[in-house]
Design a binder for this molecule. Structure first.
Ligand SMILES: Cc1cc2nc3c(=O)[nH]c(=O)nc-3n(C[C@H](O)[C@H](O)[C@H](O)COP(=O)(O)OP(=O)(O)OC[C@H]3O[C@@H](n4cnc5c(N)ncnc54)[C@H](O)[C@@H]3O)c2cc1C
Ligand code: SF4
Length: 447
């Protein structure tokens, strides 16, 4: 007899789940990498390099791959971006380096820069027994980093390379930030996030202290007193609400929380998955939760987004990824109400068509109800200023204000990544922030 329960675990077989959550972009083998490297024109003033937020010398590392020196290519990458392995997996290259590659512009077929970067960095991590860099002589300076995500660990690594001693405090049980708890499972398989953290820590001089919450277990004024400088890379811990009645009912779920559970699940079959799922949002998180619940076996997954395709934060490539996985995207619709069954749990969502009037988004009054056993909220995350205490660190647009060197309004505190105003909310941008802050801290401490 068919199982008609709306929300259940193990909707599909373990074998299908394992297939569904295998590598989204399988790595290139040696021959494929050499063929792909041959496609590069090694442009002078390469546009791909300018488009990379961490300014990796892309033509140089591709030339090194072509010369059968993938380890040298990896060093070239790591010099600019110590998270080169993760960025090769998660960067939206279609809107960064590959979008401007001259072969994309001329032929609509860019050099596969992301996959070549992965080939080089994976080869390095598989072969090399040592870290690519050596630490400078000790400076005797101590720096506290709060947050072991891409921003915090990039900052810590660069500072450690320069000879400083770093203590990293993080609230979660494992380091890596959203690399470990947020990125879609099929982008980073085989525990890569933890393997990469282990690789980064091999530089030495970095002490990781997990399970320490700033504002609860450690206080910022104490860190400022005890250390020569402090870097904050604490991300965005809160999710925006829909503002609808019934939002706290069973079945209305924070997408980021669910993805964190999915990433930590020993058995994906133990996760509750609805038959009919509605996702509210238009960014990477919305696409990721929609695709992953489909891959877990949900029958109907619909993304509800209030504006058009071109307004979505998710790239066209990501939208197509969702659609090829059977996700329906309803543009120009917004949620207007949640409906609940006798058990109090969500069983549907009212949506309204939207349009523009004098350039403003308005409801058209045309409504309908979609069946939904689970409604996922993916309408953006927000910063929590509480951990900053009474130090008087200035905010801007609800996040920390930092200058071009990532120094905050407090002269001993720097910040970077998602928690800072004006950023791009991408892994690679957070890595760059950490690097810039580290160089600024070094300059400030060493004169
Ligand atoms: C679901 C999802 C999918 C994404 N997918 C992609 C993608 O495919 N590609 C891409 O480029 N970007 C993606 N992003 C964005 C990317 O993950 C972030 O931009 C990036 O991780 C930000 O790095 P960060 O170091 O600033 O913050 P985080 O990665 O959030 O790390 C912050 C760290 O600070 C710690 N922390 C927070 N508060 C405290 C406190 N009070 N005390 C101590 N520690 C604290 C946290 O535990 C965490 O370890 C995604 C984001 C989400 C939510
Ligand atoms: S733009 Fe394309 S072809 Fe030119 S150097 Fe970059 S990857 Fe090579």
């Amino acid at each position: 007899m068919p199982d008609t329960r709306p929300v259940q675990d193990s909707r599909i077989s373990a074998a299908d789940r394992s297939d569904n959550f295998s590598d989204l972009h399988p790595p290139l083998d040696r021959h494929e990498a050499l063929v792909e490297a041959d496609r590069c024109y090694f442009c002078f003033d390469a546009p791909c390099m300018t488009a990379c937020p961490t300014s990796i010398d892309i033509p140089l590392f591709i030339r090194e791959i072509q010369a059968e020196n993938p380890v040298g290519a990896a060093r070239t990458i790591f010099e600019q971006n110590i998270f080169g392995g993760m960025c090769a997996r998660v960067c939206p290259t279609e809107t960064l380096c590959e979008e401007v590659c001259v072969r994309e512009v001329a032929e609509g077929k860019p050099v596969k820069i992301g996959l070549l970067q992965r080939y080089a960095t994976d080869t390095y991590m598989a072969r090399a027994t040592t870290h690519p860099f050596a630490r400078a002589a000790s400076t005797g300076k101590k720096i506290a980093v709060v947050g072991a995500g891409p921003a915090g660990l990039s900052c810590a690594h660069r500072l450690a390379t320069l000879g400083h001693d770093i203590t990293v405090y993080d609230a979660r049980p494992k380091p890596g930030g959203l690399n470990e708890y947020g990125i879609a499972a099929y982008k980073t398989v085989d525990n890569f996030a933890q393997r990469e953290v282990d690789f980064i820590l091999k530089i030495g001089g970095i002490e990781l202290v997990q399970g320490q919450v700033l504002g609860r277990d450690v206080q910022i004024d104490k860190l400022v007193d005890d250390f020569d400088a402090v870097f904050l890379g604490i991300g965005l811990p809160d999710t925006n609400d829909l503002g609808l009645e019934g939002e706290d009912a069973a079945g209305c779920i924070d997408a980021v929380d669910y993805i964190a559970r999915l990433r930590q699940a020993g058995d994906l079959g133990a996760l509750d998955v609805g038959r009919n799922i509605v996702v509210i949002g238009g960014g990477m998180t919305a696409i990721d939760i929609a695709v992953q619940t489909r891959l877990l076996g949900a029958e109907n997954v619909t993304i509800v987004y209030r504006r058009g395709k071109e307004n979505m934060n998710a790239s066209v490539y990501e939208q197509e990824l969702a659609q090829t996985n059977g996700v329906v995207i309803r543009h120009w619709t917004r949620p207007v109400g949640l409906t609940r069954g006798d058990d109090g749990a969500i069983n549907g969502i009212g949506i309204e068509k939207t349009g523009l009037a004098d350039g403003r988004l308005v409801g058209t009054g045309e409504t309908m109800t979609l069946p939904a056993d689970q409604v996922f909220k993916a309408i953006g995350q927000k910063f929590d200023p509480a951990p900053l205490g009474a130090l008087g660190i200035a905010l801007e647009a609800g996040r920390i204000r930092a200058d071009a060197t990532r120094r905050t309004s407090h002269d001993k505190v720097w910040a970077g990544g998602d928690c800072v105003a004006g950023g791009e909310d991408l892994t690679v941008a957070s890595v760059e922030d950490g690097k810039i802050a580290a160089m600024s801290i070094h300059a400030a401490l060493m004169g």
